[in-house]
Design a protein around this ligand. Structure first.
Ligand SMILES: *[C@@H]1O[C@H](CO)[C@@H](O)[C@H](O)[C@H]1NC(C)=O
Ligand SMILES: *[C@@H]1O[C@H](CO)[C@@H](O)[C@H](O)[C@H]1NC(C)=O
Ligand SMILES: *[C@@H]1O[C@H](CO)[C@@H](O)[C@H](O)[C@H]1NC(C)=O
Length: 520
């Protein structure tokens, strides 16, 4: 999972970078691993700054001042396929044809085939393990096929059509074509979110912004916005003219349900669905099911695991008519501080982030509500903390159903075998967590909470492969194997780097391609 952002300012003398920076802060929750911005002006030179770290660390004021031009894209990376090496911060760039820079949110599932095609058929060099580099090169090779010295919108849409026919998986993308403009597109199943908005300036010109979540658009006054449709592409050329095209027919409209459970900000509206409202509904549905269990009379208090599950827990408490209490307090500033080797043993990462208040747990039967249970290590520690704080019985509710399969579209959860619910029943999961009972949301209930049936928009199916093992795009076994290998490699890398003293030395920001002076 990642965050992407694109901006086209009508005023060709203005700089897009400051607003891209501000917007990236609104999307920081979508990726804290790496980030980057590429900008460009009417003459087409690219300016870029990217590196490992959070937005504020990588995109300093001084570096931003080097990013000139009224067009730009930004990317926030969450580690997914490919390793977390600094060289894999996005946006990626290829110089041929025409100069293209692109940011990608999602995961491709036919990477093996794409790698082979790029190597053997179109002879493009791929320099990283990132599937986003594959996607960019597929686009470049399709655009090359137009064989023109200057392309037009039709050529770009034609190249996208070629890309749609070759690339399988989840992708929401935003890119720059040097000297031409900005483009964006979304996979034919709409798995990852993407919105576009416009902002009208006083003198009648229009600015455009493309973003992963609606919060950014609202915050920057792009008040007229809509979702890019599955299989749809959009081009905003440098004179500020926008063109939409349904490049390939919509295969399905099946957003990843995990955006609503966990990933997106509550104040975003994705594909017409309010994330906040779905989280409230998840709480109400959980309560409905808990009312039918014999534990309902025993529950003294409902306690959320901050922050994501708070909305769900509150609504659950209201429906159950039980008190809602903030039993855990989050240490907001712990961030991604490095851990000294001997510190790690004493305090688990959960305890560094959360603190349990004895006054809220002592002598009570508590219902703890979390958004989901993945590996179970965090949940287990939370149950432990509740008991240490004096809880009598600990019931653990999950707003999501049991996660028993890989997430393959860009949320790197864990290997299937590392999932606590893998080949375990609810009772067995409860035992592992040390909870008296575990209550999972039912999948059909979760879908009920999220689906939308309105006049102009009906979305009743979602990508729910983590719960069922059936993925909307299908997937080869070889891909799952590849994912597990990459994860194992990443783990080895992070253990190695944790062992060395310069563990958290950040990759130097790669400021670069041409950024001298103010030549736009
Ligand atoms: C609109 O205003 C900006 C300055 O805010 C200026 O640069 C631009 O040329 C104006 N555009 C038109 C069409 O008047
Ligand atoms: C590509 O364009 C060039 C110049 O217009 C032309 O000579 C060449 O035959 C074209 N190649 C293909 C494969 O169409
Ligand atoms: C932008 O697109 C519009 C409409 O397609 C076209 O009239 C205009 O010439 C284009 N501008 C540039 C610089 O390509």
């Amino acid at each position: 999972m990642c965050g992407i952002l694109g901006l086209c300012l009508a005023d060709q003398t203005a700089n897009a970078a400051p607003e891209l920076f501000e917007g990236s802060l609104f999307l920081q929750h979508r990726g804290q691993d790496a980030c980057g911005i590429t900008t460009s002006g009417p003459k087409g030179r690219f300016y870029q700054c990217k590196g490992n770290g959070m937005v504020r660390e990588v995109l300093t004021k001084e570096r931003l001042s080097n990013l000139v031009g009224n067009l730009g894209i930004a990317h926030l990376r969450y580690p997914t396929a490919g390793s977390s090496a600094g060289s894999e911060a996005q946006p990626f760039y290829v110089n041929s044809p025409y100069g293209i820079s692109m940011g990608h949110n999602g995961n491709l599932v036919n990477t093996k085939q794409l790698r082979k095609y790029l190597d053997e058929d179109v002879h493009r060099h791929i320099n990283t393990d990132s599937d986003s580099e594959l996607l960019l090169n597929i686009f470049a090779s399709e655009l090359q096929k137009s064989n023109k010295s200057r392309v037009n919108n039709d050529d770009i849409f034609e190249a996208l059509k070629g890309l749609y026919n070759i690339c399988r998986g989840a992708y929401a993308c935003v890119g720059l074509l040097a000297g031409y403009g900005l483009f964006a597109f979304r996979d034919p199943n709409g798995i990852r979110p993407l919105l576009i908005g416009e902002r009208h300036n006083q003198n009648g010109t229009t600015d455009y912004m493309v973003a992963s979540e609606s919060v950014v658009l609202k915050a920057h006054n792009f008040n007229k916005f809509r979702d890019v449709l599955p299989g749809e592409g959009v081009i905003i050329n440098k004179s500020g003219t926008v063109e939409f095209k349904q490049v390939v027919p919509l295969k399905s409209y099946t957003p990843d349900i995990f955006e609503y459970v966990y990933f997106a900000r509550p104040d975003s509206v994705l594909d017409g669905i309010s994330v906040y409202r779905t989280r409230l509904a998840m709480g109400a549905k959980l309560a409905e099911n808990i009312k039918n269990l014999d534990i309902v009379d025993q529950i003294d208090v409902v306690i959320p695991v901050p922050d994501t599950s708070r909305n769900t827990a509150l609504e659950c408490a209201v429906e159950l008519n039980k008190p809602f209490r903030e039993g855990f307090v989050k240490n907001t500033y712990v961030g991604r501080t490095f851990i000294m080797p001997d510190q790690k043993k004493r305090v688990s990462s959960v305890r560094r982030k959360l603190n349990a208040m004895e006054s809220e747990f002592a002598n009570r039967n508590v219902l703890i509500v979390d958004d989901s249970i993945v590996r179970g290590t965090t949940s287990k520690e939370i149950v432990n903390m509740a008991r240490e704080a004096g809880a009598k019985k600990v019931f653990f509710a999950s707003a999501a159903p049991a996660i028993r399969y890989n997430h393959i579209y860009g949320i790197d959860l864990a290997d299937t075998k590392a999932l606590v619910a893998y080949e375990r029943t609810e009772e067995e999961v409860a035992k592992v967590l040390g909870a008296d009972q575990v209550i999972y949301q039912k999948l059909e209930d979760l879908i009920d909470c999220v689906k939308i049936e309105e006049k102009d928009r009906t979305i009743t199916h979602f990508e729910v492969g983590v719960f069922t093992g059936n993925y909307i795009t299908g997937v080869e076994d070889s891909y799952l194997q590849e994912l597990e290998e990459v994860r194992a490699q990443n783990q080895k890398l992070s253990i190695q780097s944790a062992a060395t003293s310069d563990a958290n030395a950040k990759a130097e920001a790669d400021i670069g391609i041409y950024n001298m002076g103010d030549y736009k």
